[in-house]
Design a protein around this ligand. Sequence first.
Ligand code: ADP
Length: 240
Amino acid sequence: MSAYALSVRNVRKQFGGLVAVNNVSFDVFDGELFGLIGPNGSGKTTMMNLISGALKPTAGEIKLGHERISGLSAHHIARKGVSRTFQLVRVLPSLDAEENVMAGAVFGHQRLWGEEARKLAHQLLERVGLGGRAHMPVSAMTYIDQKRVELARSLASNPRVLLLDEWLAGLNPSELQIGIELIAELRAEGRTIIMVEHVMDAIRTLCDRCVVMSSGVKIAEGGVAETLSDPEVVRAYLGD
Ligand code: ADP
């Protein structure tokens, strides 16, 4: 039986009077590609921020394996093995691709330095299709290539759980295909991934299971095909 990589238990996040996440629970298994979906404003980004520690829950608990991570700082949570990409790419534009990825290796929970970090950066840049561009300044790269750099940097920490926050957003159709294939390969390698995504084809193609949120509440959970055809889910999206 698989272990839980991440458990979210009765998590609530309130901003003043607004309840952005309301008593949400779900579990993600090791090696699973798990989708977190829902219309705009449903609380997905807030949930990603709660998992990564950018925000602290008002109530409830998040565990990485058996260890409680909710309440720890983002920095601590990253060290424990949760790594993420951002909706709007966050790379260090004045540095080259290799340096950006090395930063992930140094910062991550395995803390590689110097030549070891450089070697890993090269492998990962190769892995995301940027083998020949290790020394290109990131500011000179196309948007998808910057996204690839950010993904390689997230992988450099060898995370137990990788969070992809709309990683496929803003890609043109051919780039999207490449992006989907890349995520599928990561899944095949046994990575545990939680993805927030608006591209429904990607969710259908890639995810094992998903949770659907609407107005801060979990409205459905399960295998992707049945969940997306759930009448309540269809209604939530039509109202988007
Ligand atoms: P999604 O990612 O699904 O679009 P969000 O998590 O961004 O949804 O937002 C959920 C709700 O929480 C929205 O009503 C949003 O306006 C509100 N919200 C998100 N972040 C904050 C914040 N820092 N302060 C106040 N309200 C917020």
